[in-house]
Write a protein that binds this ligand. Structure first.
Ligand code: AMP
Length: 418
């Protein structure tokens, strides 16, 4: 099947102004919070060797079995467009021998082949942090808090945090066995996918969206009931660190998250305003992942947040009527050089400026200024040139006055209203 060159592929989005600006703002808010927490940006490739994801997320995870964009390149290499951030970051930390502890954050596009719907796309953006080499439960709480601060900064007030612990290699086998037995007794009620999950990783049945399966696990043994002493203590410390900050959180004993690499803390941010796709983001601990990738045993924890859903949940500030942009308008060829010089000078002063060199007539230049939603025009004609001044026209009010060459930057800035 091939699409038309005039429409975007199913499940993708164009971010056009002003939404592209909103997205940038959301990213900036995240970057600032991450940097305040000591995280540094890491940029990894948008595609990796397919094994990076298969070996970490798990061969039977939904992401690997149903959602990956995998392909062979012209050199017959098995590659996959990244469906999530953590595996690539862990790969990069090991490959580049970064010193741990290290705190990293990322911002970028991810790809999953799912059924597109509100808040679910085939290409989507995530922001996330990964803390490698830190085992303390206080780091779990810090990261959970960072996410809630992000949502709070963007005015999202209906976000709740669900927290769980799924134990470690010590305590998981007992739970797994108990769960398997429990589910075997109810096998007839489970969907075909869950029959496979039951054999390979019964924990995944908790993640199934099929109604009958959800009902079947209602009273199932939960990981929390089987936590060993060390995991129980870790979990209590996470919860008390959240409570100490006054951060409201809900216990969700069924929150296992669909990836194999998690252990102990798992968490998810839920927004009531989003409908079916109500998860704004989530994360968890992955203390075995670096070791499983062949690196030295290193604890880790991270969070990933979806930008599209964040933008859906965040209140939209009314767009300013006019942009923080000035247009330099020139009357005749004799002022063209002066127009260029003024544009350069204003830009060097940090004032955004455009000049329309194509429109030979003033009227055409004013039209361009209006189309660009500029706040003002700075007009240079023979009179202005002779007097060494500019005429400054406020496009919101239509008022026009002369300003001296020295005062022009400040006068323009004063017209950037909101
Ligand atoms: P996950 O690791 O699957 O929980 O993803 C973390 C976050 O990324 C989710 O809570 C969503 O906000 C976002 N996300 C995941 N998949 C998609 C998708 N297909 N479209 C849009 N956002 C997504």
């Amino acid at each position: 099947m091939s699409g038309t060159p005039r429409s975007r592929p199913k499940g993708t989005q164009d971010f056009v102004p002003p939404d592209s600006g909103r997205m940038l703002h959301v990213e900036d808010v995240f970057r600032r919070l991450a940097e305040l927490g000591g995280y540094q940006e890491i940029v990894t490739p948008t595609f990796e060797h397919t094994d990076v994801f298969v070996k970490s997320s798990g061969e039977d995870s939904d992401i690997v079995t149903k959602e990956m964009y995998s392909f062979k390149d012209r050199g017959e290499r098995d590659l996959t467009l990244r469906p999530e951030g953590t595996p690539g970051v862990v790969r990069a930390v090991i490959e580049n021998r970064l010193r741990v502890p290290c705190r990293l954050y990322y911002v970028g596009p991810f790809f999953r082949y799912g059924r597109p719907q509100k808040g679910r796309f085939r290409e989507f953006y995530q922001v996330g942090v990964e803390a490698l080499g830190e085992a303390s439960p206080l780091v779990d709480a810090d990261i959970i808090y960072l996410g809630t601060e992000f949502f709070r900064s963007l005015g999202i007030s209906d976000c709740t945090v669900q927290v769980n612990s799924i134990g470690c290699r010590e305590c998981r086998p007992a739970h797994r066995e108990a769960l398997r037995k429990f589910l075997l007794d109810r096998k007839g009620r489970l969907c075909a996918d869950c029959h496979v999950r039951l054999e390979r990783n019964p924990l995944r049945v908790f993640d199934c969206k099929v109604e009958d399966c959800r009902a079947a696990v209602q009273d199932a043994p939960t990981p929390r009931q089987y936590l060993c002493k060390a995991c129980e203590r870790h979990h209590e410390q996470v919860l008390s660190a959240l409570s100490r900050r006054g951060l409201l959180h809900e216990a969700n004993d069924r929150l296992v998250r669909g990836l194999d690499y998690y252990n102990r803390t798992t968490f998810e941010y839920i927004s009531a305003s989003l409908g079916a796709q109500d998860s704004l983001g989530g994360g968890g601990r992955y203390d075995y992942l670096v070791g499983d990738f062949g690196g030295p045993d290193t604890p880790g924890i991270g969070v990933a947040i979806g930008l599209e859903r964040t933008m859906l949940a965040a209140p939209v500030a009314p767009a300013p009527a006019r942009r923080h942009l000035a247009f330099v308008v020139w009357l005749t060829d004799a002022e063209l050089g002066a127009a260029q010089d003024l544009a350069d000078r204003l830009r060097a002063d940090g004032v955004p400026v455009q000049v329309d060199y194509d429109a030979r007539k003033v009227k055409g230049q004013f039209k361009s200024a209006d189309a660009a939603q500029a706040a003002c025009c700075i007009i240079i004609g023979p009179d202005e040139l002779a007097k060494g001044v500019y005429s400054l026209k406020d496009l919101a009010t239509g008022e026009q006055r002369e300003v001296s060459s020295d005062a022009v930057s400040e006068a323009v800035r004063a017209l950037f209203r909101d």
